[in-house]
Each structure stands twice: as structure tokens, then as C-alpha cells.
Design a protein around this ligand. Structure first.
Ligand SMILES: [Zn+2]
Length: 317
């Protein structure tokens, strides 16, 4: 098997309205490709680099200029993307697996193939070395850049970073040091399922979350953490109605997301030891019956609140 440790540099559109969106959004147009080819033992290391002449974003974005040190002139030479990609695939040889630092390179490569109308089925599977590093080496789950990771391992940082080939070399050195090939494929699959499971739990917590040992019902109702509603789908902060008690231990409100629709937000109070409560907040799609019944209760409560406020201001006069 050939491991191809790949790094891409890409340019960005100057303004949001110059973003290419057809057939997919092109957030980064590839301008440099760097790669190191190695085997299961990280024995040999052959290198590859190519300059790509951008077709869509020909003026360099100031941030890209700042990071890579390239200017617009540097973008005026190089191979058309199609030829550069062909050369890369030739370099890969038999049975390649792509290794990148992070997940961005794969997304950018696939988007570039799409805008050039090139079928991406020839792209080898991608493995993210960064998650192997952070979940099996440092085990702290932090996202390290290649240079900080290199430093952490006590390896030399003698190369100029943000150069496609140099970053691929850094990634190769890190991989060799942590014996990355030992994690592929089995342990890497375990890592991916761990990440999936964490995402699932996070998603579930957005729909359904318990706050433990809350002092009182009053405390809960004044707690921003408990009563602030974020859309469980898109995480946007949502406008919501008053929370109104529909029984002694249950308060409801409606929250509306412009994208994902209306949610019934329920706070359920379960008494626990020392006169405290566990408060469970849930987001559900209301049934038509709940919608009618609770909206009527909440509307009435809202009217009463308004009247009270009006009365207070009248009294003040
Ligand atoms: Zn939403």
C-alpha cells in the first residue's frame, strides 16, 4: 500500500459575491499541491509538488498572501488543475491512501474536482492524521497545527510552514514518529466511531438535557442557561414565548426557528434530595392538540403580564 501524505494550499474568493457556487460552492481554489509518498514502514519518502494556475480566483486573497507569502504573480504560472491532478494521481502509484492533517484538504480537493467536471471516484480514501494525533497520541482532543504538533514531538521545525510540500513533510515526520500506520485501518475506524458517538450525544443533548441539583423552581426559571433556547437542529438562538406552568412540575413555551420551525420546549422538575430539583429541558415538535391547548394558555398568560405591566406604569404616574 502507498501512503500519500498530502497538503494543499488554496486561494479564496475576494468577496462573498464572487464565490463560485455551481455545481458546488468553491471556498478554496487549489494553487499548490505537495505530497510525500511512503510505505507501511515509513521507510522511503518520495516527494511531489506542483503549482496550479487558478481558473476562478486569480487575484490572491490578502489572507492567503499573508499566510503563504505568495502573490498574484505567483498564481499566474503553473499547470491547469486537470493536469496537476493527473500528475498527482500518477505519483500516487498502486493502491494509494491519502493522509492529510485535518479534514479540510479532502473537502477542498473534491470541490475543485467538481468545478472542473472531473469525476472524484478515483480519489483514494482520506485519513485524517490530526485526529489520530489528538486522540491517540496527546489524547487531549485539542486540534494542533502541524508546527505545534511537530514541536510537541521534539522534531525539527526547520522548514517554512504553509508551503504545500513542507507541510506534507511535517505531517510525514509526525506520522513516522507516532507510527501512524499501526492505527490504519482498525483503530482509525474506532476513532471515527468515537467521534460519531460524541456527535450523537451532543445532538441528543440539544434536544434533551437535564440540569442537576437546581436550588428551586424559581432559580431554574431565572437561569439563562436553562431557559435560553437554541435550535436543536441549527443551534441558532431562538425567540421564545413565556414559560407557563401547565402543572405543578411542568412549564412549557414555544420557540421558533426560521429554518426548522416551531418547537415545544418543556421544563420538567423532578424533586431530588435536599429540596432540590433536577430540571429536564426537552425540545419536541408539538402535536396540533398541544399547539392549540398550550398556545391558548400562553397567550392568556402573556395578555395578563401585559396588563400587569400597564397597570404598574399607570400606578407610577
Ligand atoms: Zn434551526
Amino acid at each position: 500500500m502507498n501512503y500519500i501524505i498530502i497538503d494543499l494550499e488554496w486561494n479564496q474568493p475576494m468577496k462573498p459575491d464572487t464565490l463560485i457556487t455551481d455545481p458546488v460552492p468553491l471556498y478554496g481554489e487549489i494553487i499548490r499541491i505537495g505530497a510525500v509518498r511512503t510505505d507501511e514502514n515509513c521507510g522511503t519518502a518520495d516527494t511531489f509538488q506542483v503549482c496550479v494556475r487558478p481558473k476562478f480566483y486569480r487575484r490572491i486573497h490578502y489572507m492567503v498572501k499573508k499566510v503563504t507569502g505568495l502573490d498574484s504573480t505567483a498564481l499566474s504560472y503553473g499547470l491547469p488543475f486537470r493536469d496537476a491532478f493527473r500528475q498527482l494521481m500518477e505519483f500516487c502509484g498502486e493502491d494509494p491512501v491519502f493522509i492529510a492533517w485535518g479534514s479540510e484538504d479532502e473537502k477542498v480537493l473534491r470541490a475543485n474536482l467538481a468545478v472542473h467536471g472531473i469525476d472524484d471516484s478515483s480519489v483514494p480514501p482520506f485519513i485524517d492524521m490530526q485526529i489520530i494525533f489528538s486522540r491517540r497520541h496527546t489524547c487531549d482532543g485539542r486540534q494542533y497545527g502541524v508546527v505545534p504538533a511537530t514541536e510537541l514531538l521534539g522534531l525539527p521545525t526547520d522548514l517554512q510552514a504553509h508551503d504545500a510540500l513542507n507541510d506534507a513533510i511535517y505531517t510525514y515526520r509526525i506520522g513516522r514518529k507516532i507510527n501512524f500506520t499501526h492505527y490504519i485501518p482498525d483503530e482509525y475506524s474506532v476513532i471515527l466511531s468515537e467521534i460519531e458517538e460524541e456527535k450523537r450525544i451532543q445532538r441528543e443533548q440539544r434536544y434533551f438535557r437535564t440540569f442537576y441539583g437546581v436550588e428551586s423552581v424559581r432559580t431554574a426559571m431565572h437561569s439563562k442557561k436553562i431557559t435560553t433556547c437554541r435550535c436543536p437542529e441549527c443551534k441558532t438562538k431562538l425567540w421564545h414565548t413565556y414559560f407557563v406552568f401547565i402543572s405543578e412540575r411542568k412549564a412549557v413555551a414555544f420557540a421558533k426557528c426560521s429554518t426548522d420551525g416551531e418547537f415545544l420546549v418543556t421544563l420538567k422538575f423532578t424533586p431530588v434530595a435536599e429540596n432540590k430539583y433536577d430540571v429536564t429541558r426537552s425540545f419536541t415538535i408539538p402535536s396540533p392538540q398541544q399547539r392549540d391547548e398550550y398556545h391558548a394558555i400562553i397567550d392568556e398568560y402573556t395578555e395578563r403580564k401585559k396588563a400587569e405591566k400597564a397597570q404598574i406604569s399607570e400606578d407610577a404616574i
